[in-house]
Design a protein. Structure first.
Length: 255
């Protein structure tokens, strides 16, 4: 009935007067693949060709994304963010109408999440290095990491831009030693910047903190970027910091 007549688990359940989950479990015990019931993304080849947006989303997913599995098989890409509109940007990028759900934790913190099923997208992301349970083992192809678009994506997700003792600091955190080293190499390759790293509570922090080095990096990643694929909240903060320091430099008397 399920394979030959293409009936759903719900309709078969009605025939045998059992819940559809019972039919689903029985089919799985017989190693019969379960058909996906839902709307697939219209742009399932979104990650097939490298573009500036593709590189950005790989970077963002390396931080705030993950691959969900079923019975050990990669099945869905999951994205979590405090910014609902940013998740919507990702869904627009892949042409998905997936739901965005709201989650409240510790009574006051709000996150938004979406889950998208697409074999082409999931498999492609796994090829890039976005694998299930990647927190401690994350390793992205170095030629992807060595791009300004990827770096903007990972800074938007797992990075911060702030001021510490008068110095602007870009920081990126990760649990993966391999990925931390990749980020160090990327800053050197893309910006000729000597990033440093330290380990604290099993988490690596990679950072750049010299104003003469950081300001050109921020200019390249955010100030000169005219596209929309960027975390608005962080871009706004970066521009505030950048403008403050540029005004300060202009107002300093020349020697």
């Amino acid at each position: 009935m399920y394979q030959n007549e293409l009936q759903s688990t719900v309709s078969i359940g009605r025939v045998f007067k059992v819940h559809s989950n019972t039919i689903r479990l029985r089919l799985m015990s017989w190693n019969i693949p379960i058909r996906f019931c839902g709307i697939l993304p219209s742009k399932q080849n979104a990650f097939s060709k490298m573009s500036s947006d593709t590189l950005y989303w790989i970077g963002y997913l390396a931080g705030d994304g993950c691959i969900e599995t079923r019975n050990g098989v990669p099945e869905r890409v999951v994205l979590v963010s405090k910014d609902r509109e940013h998740i919507q940007k990702f869904l627009d990028f892949i042409g998905s109408k997936a739901k965005i759900t709201k989650h409240i934790y510790l009574e006051r913190h709000i996150n938004y999440m979406t889950k998208v099923r697409s074999d082409p997208i999931v498999n492609r992301l796994v090829e890039f290095g976005i694998t299930p349970r990647k927190s401690l083992t994350l390793k992205i192809k170095q030629n992807i990491v060595n791009t300004s678009q990827f770096l903007r994506g990972i800074i938007d997700s797992d990075g911060t831009v702030g001021v510490q003792e008068g110095s602007i600091k870009i920081s990126i955190v990760t649990g993966s030693t391999i990925f931390a080293n990749q980020i160090v190499r990327a800053f050197k390759t893309v910006f000729s910047a000597n990033a440093k790293k330290y380990l604290q509570r099993n988490t690596w922090c990679v950072y750049v903190s010299n104003n003469s080095v950081v300001l050109p990096i921020l200019k390249k990643l955010y100030i000169d970027y005219a596209g929309k694929t960027v975390l608005f909240r962080k871009s706004k903060r970066v521009k505030e910091i950048y403008d403050t320091y540029m005004r300060r430099n202009r107002n300093q008397p020349s020697r």
